[in-house]
Design a protein around this ligand. Structure first.
Ligand code: N01
Length: 545
């Protein structure tokens, strides 16, 4: 396919007016998608709102940000040389190291030349007669494309809370997912953090070390599992890298996208000693999935789950020295019914004299004032507020762009009652639009890199299939989509997820339909289904020629 294209000048940078594929986002998904499409000879441009590559790892540069999948597993597998050459320094890589990795990938494969940075996509409209997408940017560019790949991330649409008075605060406000590129120094300041999900749990220990006073406003406590992060030992990298073929295969066939022996026994059938030993070993191993993987029914049976909860409650009581603080930090909802967090110094932070915990269940937050934060009990005076309040997850990054498919129907309208997709890859009414790690796929319930690589490979194979046969459009069929949505819901109903409010259900966004969005059947089963669909000539998708 010829790549010689008419160029539109915009902001000093050339953006082609017509391409085969527009990819939105230069994070993990967009970088690999560009690399693949280019190798297939397709003219491609990536439009990226940030000033450089990295996506979520570009934006979430708050102190303490680090990955919660082991570094060796949270990396691309598509190029054996790339796998071997990058040196990870810690068990769980920090955000700056991850960003260095993505910058290295961009340089190694010369990706930046086809990425327009500081280019926010505002709309994408499908032109039915021309069977093309018209993609518009904030800067006024219009790009016409056959295929549109939304590589916009599952957790990238930052969410501010609905609290009165946000604008009135006279100090400085930050959101963890929109952290400034310049270093932020909290030395000597009175800082408030709202939110104790993964971002809060990571940022709190670091701010605690710097600030004069840190006040943590907690609405729902987190299960913060030990990371046991550490520098990698000499030789550890070489040995892990020599195991890559087997490691990657096991990751792809697993549940969460990390190699793991599946449990065989119910927690309810195990003796108390067996359970304690299994839980303790998982605790000592650290990581997000060890404990939930001890027994078959931790995530599916409330009684089995209560046994894990009891173990975790004891660990929290041991970690926080003040009794009331320990009680306030103890979650009462089932373990893994919302996403747990990885802990590096979180509970210890509350043992410091300059840190206090405000339990918003006892004294609800009423407003942000000019001077700080007011609860029903009092006002807390602050110099800075950090909103660790999360994301409009899984759908926000798609629906914040005005995407309109056949008949001018917007994605927002099509998904008003919850996202509807076939395989989390495509959606009815939006021909030639692909989503990477979209709702209805394992995405956030997995090691994202494993899921992203699988989607990118699948999408580039589907486009290659169309090119070989001269097919113009691909679109999910209503029947396949309905059946897939039902299947995703049935799988969720076997778990404890639907019973606890979380961003998995859209519960953190007022007015958002309460639907469990990710596919809970595991990455192995999901990959198998996607492979079968491709092998059968893309059953469940219809083509036009
Ligand atoms: O966001 P969250 P996050 N008043 O939605 C609270 C991934 N991630 O950015 O639970 C008071 O989990 C809210 O309280 P509640 C990971 O998948 C990964 O922390 O709604 N509080 C909650 O405590 C993660 O799950 C890493 O009651 C309010 C917090 O804000 C996902 O991103 C690091 C409030 C939001 O927690 C999201 O994590 C970071 C209000 N009005 C993130 N509104 C890694 O480790 C919200 N809250 C790789």
């Amino acid at each position: 396919m010829p790549a010689a294209l008419a160029q539109a000048q915009s902001g000093g940078r050339s953006i082609p007016r017509t391409v085969d594929v527009v990819v939105v986002g230069a994070g993990l998904s967009g970088l690999y998608m560009l690399h693949k499409l280019r190798a297939q000879g397709l003219s491609t441009v990536v439009l990226e709102a940030n000033s450089d590559v990295g996506g979520t790892w570009y934006a979430n540069r708050y102190p303490g940000a680090r990955v919660d999948v082991e570094s060796f597993g949270y990396s691309y597998s598509f190029d054996p040389d790339l796998e071997q050459e990058f040196e990870w320094s810690e068990r769980f890589a920090t955000q700056p190291e991850l960003l260095r990795y993505f910058q290295h990938v961009a340089e190694r494969f010369d990706l930046r030349k086809d990425i327009a940075f500081d280019t926010s996509v505002t709309s994408a409209q499908y032109d039915e007669s021309g069977r093309r997408w018209q993609v518009r940017t904030e800067r006024g560019d219009t790009v016409t494309t056959r295929f549109l790949v939304m590589a916009t991330g599952s957790l990238s649409a930052a969410k501010m809370p609905e609290i009165p008075g946000l604008e009135s605060f006279r100090g400085v406000s930050y959101h963890t997912a929109q952290w400034p590129v310049e270093e932020v120094d909290f030395t000597g300041q009175r800082v408030g953090v709202i939110g104790t999900g993964s971002s809060g749990v990571q940022v709190i220990p670091l701010i605690a070390e710097q600030a004069a006073e840190l006040t943590v406003f907690q609405r729902t406590p987190a299960y913060a599992l030990p990371a046991h992060n550490r520098p990698l030992r000499p030789g550890e990298g070489t040995s892990a890298k020599s195991d890559y073929p087997a490691y990657r295969k096991a990751a792809r066939e697993s549940g969460f996208g990390v190699p793991m022996e599946p449990p065989t026994k119910s927690a309810l059938e195990a003796s108390a000693e067996e359970r304690e030993q299994a839980f303790e070993e998982a605790w000592q191993a650290g990581g997000l999935t060890a404990l939930v993987g001890t027994f078959t029914d931790i995530q599916t049976d409330l009684d089995a789950n209560a046994l894990a909860m009891e173990f975790l409650h004891r660990k929290i009581a041991e970690a926080a020295t003040d009794l009331q603080t320990a009680a306030d930090l103890t979650p009462q909802y089932p373990f893994w019914s919302k996403r747990p967090c990885l802990n590096t110094g979180y509970y210890d932070a509350f043992n410091r004299p300059n840190v206090r915990l405000v339990n918003l269940q006892r004294e609800p937050l009423t407003e942000v004032t000019g001077a700080g934060i007011r609860t029903s009990a009092r006002e807390y005076e602050l110099d800075a507020i950090v909103y660790a309040t999360g994301f409009d997850a899984m759908t926000g990054s798609f629906t914040r762009v005005d995407v309109r498919g056949r008949g001018g129907v917007s994605l927002q309208e099509a998904w008003a009652a919850g996202p509807r997709t076939y395989l989390g890859l495509g959606t009815v009414g939006f021909p030639n639009l692909f989503m990477i790690a979209g709702p209805g796929s394992p995405s956030v319930l997995s090691n994202m890199v494993v899921s992203i690589e699988q989607h990118v490979d699948w999408v580039s194979d589907a486009i290659a299939y169309m090119e070989r046969r001269g097919l113009a459009t691909i679109e999910a069929t209503p029947t396949a989509q309905d059946e897939w949505v039902d299947h995703v819901n049935v799988l969720a109903s076997y778990t404890l997820f639907p019973g606890t409010d979380s961003w998995f259900l859209g519960a953190n966004v007022p007015g958002k339909a309460r639907v469990f969005m990710p596919y809970a059947g595991g990455v192995g089963a999901y990959r198998q289904k996607c492979d079968e669909v491709a092998a059968s000539g893309y059953a469940g998708f219809q083509f036009s020629s």
